[in-house]
Ligand binder design. Structure first.
Ligand code: PLP
Length: 395
């Protein structure tokens, strides 16, 4: 064995992902990209807003001396101030630049946060169905995940179940809204109930339990709703997010973490997190992207495009008999698998050139995920294939 046993086992466990990619690539080669309906990847189909191109050109045309050098590990002051301003306006919390660290995406922010707060063996509650990387990220920093199911009818967090899962070793809970994979947007009532329960629990146990709110889809909310700001409802909260989805920049690795000013030991947390951003080897978030997002805090991709895709597919699939919640945001559906075995269902879908991810990949067997952040043309061409698939499984 030349690599660590742990990594080797993790690769083996996720080998189905590799297999899916390989099979998908083979299908594209055989049938042509326009005839394969690939709903597997959460990679935005839309381009960044026009303001991004405009600012990029402006910076290239008027370069500042030193703009490619190292900086404070937390990031540029002006970028952090711009991010803080937006969060403060949105939540009403007195957030300023000292509460912000620019990171390499939400993934970077999650790793920095977990490394900052976790002692070996401490528990992090994740809510099923969950973004699969959470398990790896928690493990990266010596933590242990505890999986707690959300309400299967609504995919809202089940506050009683979370309370029952908290032990004297619980250090954090990761929440994600709008959710990948379910598309659920957590209500203000749910966040408020979670905040209240945690205040009681923290007093009872005499220790801090942090809510890490992972929100890369926060600006992708539909039907005019806005995602309730976590800082308003949960005191011990840390927001981790990125511009991977709202500005369609996942390849540029630009995100941030923000600590609630009311967080227990907020100064020490920020000091620890700046240190972790450094020693995890990120050092700082990409300089050029920091300059860009500083002036793009009010910008967002065209949400209407995603909403149209959601509406078209939701109507078609529910008419065919698939059951799912109507997502309030993000760009995923998480329907019930019409047959018990979700992996088998995904195989059947493949026969109709529809590529999906089984719910088992998110800790939720019996479901499957559709990522509809793909071209409208592909979605439209896929509709007859969904009809055939529905017939195949007896819907
Ligand atoms: N969290 C969730 C729920 C996600 O779906 C993703 C990416 O798909 C991430 C975090 C990571 O985002 P980033 O590209 O900003 O690291």
């Amino acid at each position: 064995m030349t690599i660590s046993n742990k990594v080797s086992a993790a690769i083996e466990r996720s080998s189905w992902i590799r297999r899916m990619f390989e099979e998908g690539a083979a299908m594209v080669a055989e049938y042509g990209a326009e005839n394969v309906y690939d709903f597997t990847l959460g990679n935005p189909s839309v381009e960044p807003p026009a303001a991004f191109q405009r600012e990029l050109r402006r910076i290239v045309d008027q370069p500042d001396t030193g703009m490619h050098r190292y900086m404070n590990n937390a990031g540029y002051e002006e970028t952090r101030a711009a991010v803080a301003k937006r969060i403060a306006e949105n939540s009403g919390a007195p957030v300023n630049s000292s509460h912000i660290i620019m990171t390499c995406g939400a993934g970077g922010a999650l790793n920095v946060t977990l490394k900052t707060i976790l002692n070996p063996g401490e528990e992090v509650i994740i809510l099923t169905p969950f973004f699969v990387e959470y398990k790896f990220y928690v493990d990266n920093h010596g933590g242990v995940t505890t999986e707690v199911w959300t309400n299967p009818e609504t995919f809202q967090p089940d506050i009683d179940a979370i309370e029952a899962a908290i032990t004297k070793n619980t250090r954090a809970i990761i929440i994600n809204s709008p959710n990948n994979p379910t598309g659920a947007v957590y209500s203000a009532e749910t966040l408020e109930a979670l905040g209240k329960m945690l205040e009681n629990k923290q007093s009872e146990l005499g220790r801090s339990i942090y809510v890490i709110s992972d929100e890369p889809y926060a600006r992708l909310a539909f039907d005019g709703i806005s995602v309730p700001p976590v800082f308003k409802y949960i005191r011990n909260s840390i927001l981790v997010t990125s511009h991977s989805k709202d500005l369609a920049l996942p390849g540029e690795r630009i995100g941030y973490l923000a600590a609630n000013p009311a967080l227990d030991g907020v100064g020490l947390f920020m000091e620890g997190a700046v240190f972790c951003n450094r020693v995890l080897g990120f050092v700082n978030a990409p300089a050029l992207m920091q300059r860009l997002v500083a002036v793009l805090q009010q910008e967002s991709v065209n949400i209407d495009e995603y909403q149209e895709k959601r509406d078209l597919l939701y109507k078609h699939l529910t008419e065919l008999g698939f059951t799912m919640i109507k997502p309030g945001g993000g760009f995923y559906f998480f329907p019930k698998s019409p047959i018990d075995d979700d992996v088998e269902f995904v195989r059947l879908a493949q026969k109709h050139n529809i590529l999906l991810v089984p719910g088992s990949g998110f800790g939720a067997p019996g479901y499957f995920r559709i990522a509809y952040c793909i071209d409208m043309g592909i979605i439209e061409r896929s509709l007859p294939a969904w009809e055939k698939l529905a017939k195949d499984v007896g819907l």
